[in-house]
Design a protein around this ligand. Structure first.
Ligand code: ATP
Ligand code: ZN
Length: 214
């Protein structure tokens, strides 16, 4: 049987374009095209691509439905799936930060003792607070986290900060970054020897691409 690598990448979002570019720069061409596709074959490398929501990628790779995936470390860490990180990819950089109302005086994370924090990243937030010995109430919400303080749902938030303009628009200020993230290539923990060989070839190409850029 011919071994091929199944590689899952984000279908549409902040990582999509850079993920496709990465494989293209590695010399891997995809057949077909068009938006809305869920799958594509590589024409000159034994691989096929699955286009998924980023939240599903780590799970598919952990379960072995996909062999490899490209996902942000923030999503990976939060998912707690057991996959191995094969390569840091250097794009999709962002940070997860605690933010508080602009009028609050913020000195340190200890100020959040006994407070409530709204976030889509409850695991990462809880781990950070526990490490600092701070007990706070974590409210998991899936979107529009920044609105939580103004509607009285929480006294702080923990969310991805990019420009800071979303925070500003919601009367918040960045208080403390807690997690730095970039896109990573993840691999299933149970790759066959043949697939591992293909992965090694891929990593070799990625390293060549990265070296050419530095
Ligand atoms: P999906 O529909 O696939 O679930 P999404 O809306 O959850 O997409 P995106 O906003 O496309 O996700 O972000 C994907 C990833 O891009 C993030 O998890 C993060 O790792 C990374 N990223 C890089 N810069 C930013 C940014 N400024 N804001 C948010 N995410 C960013
Ligand atoms: Zn998502």
């Amino acid at each position: 049987m011919n071994t091929i690598l199944r590689i899952s990448i984000q279908k549409s979002g902040r990582l999509s374009e850079d993920s496709l570019r990465l494989f293209k720069e590695c010399g891997i061409e995809l057949s077909g095209g068009g938006t809305g596709r869920l799958k594509a074959q590589a024409t000159n490398f034994p691989a096929e691509f699955l286009f998924l929501r980023d939240d599903d990628i780590a799970g598919y790779v952990a379960d072995g439905v996909a062999d490899l995936g490209v996902v942000g470390q923030n999503v990976l860490e939060e998912s707690n799936k057991s996959v191995s990180i094969a390569k840091l990819l250097g794009f999709g950089k962002c940070r997860l930060s605690i933010a508080v109302p602009r009028s609050d005086e913020y000195r340190s994370i200890q100020d959040l003792e006994g407070k409530s924090i709204a976030t889509s990243y409850p695991r990462i937030t809880a781990a950070y607070l526990a490490n600092k010995g701070v007990r706070a109430d974590i409210h998991e919400i899936s979107g529009s986290v920044e609105i939580a303080p103004s509607i009285g749902l929480a006294s702080a938030v923990c969310d991805i900060v990019s420009s800071g303009s979303t925070l500003l628009a919601n009367g918040l200020k960045e208080a403390e970054p807690i997690f730095y993230s970039e896109a990573v290539l993840v691999a299933s923990p149970k790759l066959s020897e043949e697939k591992q060989t293909l992965l090694n070839q891929l990593i070799f190409r990625i390293e060549a691409v990265q070296a050419a850029k530095n």
